[in-house]
Design a protein around this ligand. Structure first.
Ligand SMILES: [Zn+2]
Length: 359
């Protein structure tokens, strides 16, 4: 319960106790214009005065609060016990305020509610708007512009190269993304005052590189498209961002091919190597290995290099490398080679087509 005893609200606002609501507002407006702290920076006296007039206004503007205040301080018009020189009894001086109060009847009726002066805030802000209208004019934007429509940012597509191993197990890659945004200087119009915009060189847009880290999931295939939502170009006017799409490319080896976890390759060998057997160097995903070719190897024969394939870290499965040998002929034989082949031909005991001719 507010303590109203001894407060001189009418005197503070410089109005008679018979004042109408409008008169109280008007008086407050004048005083506030004079004492508002914004207009008297650092002036403690003004600040104190402003507090007082605001408190007085706060009470007198509310019918309920004003009724309480009047009763406590002897301004109650119905009792006729007003102490001041203001005569509020006569019908001729009755203000709209009094009419309102009479309509509300007794103070006791409204006392129970003890309601806060709800209308005060809105009225007060109206006052303040009016009070500082001159000051605010420069700051407030000109009459409503059309609110620009939200525009969704465009999508960005980036190619990402990963190794076959990363394709199997997934990986985290740092990639460079080229973001494009509308030039803020010319607002995408490319020209300013008929001249090419100096900020974007007349492009209408600006581009920035950003390094971001992206997660590539397990078991991606060549050409897989991965969507990372909201990482595309920025939306405008509150629009959503575009998406970032990654196109996955699995780095190709000149010799090695991949089939699931298995690594495949075809290795050329010479006829003498095939006939006599040999140790040959074979490329693997991790480097090179020496592999033994047994004597009498045919073209197209496959050999397995166990566990030289890719490893799936999750299932712990490991593939093999499958080596297919291919006997290749030198088309420009030396005389010595030709002589040796002649010798070999005469020494050859088996006709490999013998069975074919029998049937
Ligand atoms: Zn520009």
């Amino acid at each position: 319960m507010k303590e109203y005893i001894g407060k001189k609200y009418y005197e503070i606002l410089g109005v008679p106790s018979s004042s109408t609501t409008e008169e109280i507002k008007s008086a407050y407006r004048k005083l506030a214009r004079k004492y508002h702290p914004d207009l008297n920076p650092g002036n403690k006296a003004s600040e104190q005065k402003f507090k007082e007039i605001t408190e007085a206004y706060n009470v007198l503007i509310s019918d309920t609060e004003r009724a309480k205040y009047d009763t406590i301080n002897g301004y109650n018009i119905n009792t006729g016990t007003n102490r001041g020189q203001k005569n509020t009894k006569t019908a001729s001086t009755q203000s709209s305020y009094q009419n309102k109060r009479n309509a509300k009847q007794a103070y006791s009726n409204t006392q129970k509610k003890d309601e806060p002066p709800k209308e005060f805030n809105t009225v007060f802000s109206e006052f303040m708007d009016g009070l500082f209208s001159q000051k605010n004019k420069k700051q407030t934007p000109p009459p409503k512009k059309e609110i620009p429509k939200p525009i969704k940012g465009s999508d960005i597509t980036v190619d990402v190269n990963i190794s076959p191993d990363e394709a199997v197990n997934g990986t985290v890659k740092q990639i460079n993304v080229l973001y494009v945004s509308e030039c803020k200087r010319c607002r995408g119009k490319k020209f300013i005052n008929g001249a090419s915009c100096p900020m974007c060189n007349g492009e209408g847009e600006l581009s920035t590189h950003n390094k971001i880290r992206v997660k590539i999931p397990q078991n991606v295939k060549e050409g897989s498209k991965i969507r990372i939502s909201n990482e595309g170009n920025k939306g405008q006017n509150g629009g959503e961002n575009g998406d970032l799409f990654l196109i996955v490319h699995i780095i190709k080896h000149s010799v090695l091919k991949y089939d699931g976890l298995n690594v495949l390759c075809t290795i050329p060998i010479t006829p003498p190597e095939a006939a006599l057997g040999a140790s040959i160097e074979v490329p693997t995903k991790d480097g090179f290995l020496t592999m033994k070719i047994p004597p009498g190897t045919s073209s197209g024969q496959k050999f397995k290099l166990a566990s030289e394939g890719l490893k799936d870290e999750k299932t712990k499965q490991t593939g093999d490398q499958i080596v297919t040998v291919e006997i290749v002929m030198n088309k420009n034989l030396s005389q010595e080679e030709k002589d040796l082949y002649q010798k070999l031909l005469r020494a050859q005991k088996i006709n490999p087509r013998g069975d074919l001719l029998k049937s």
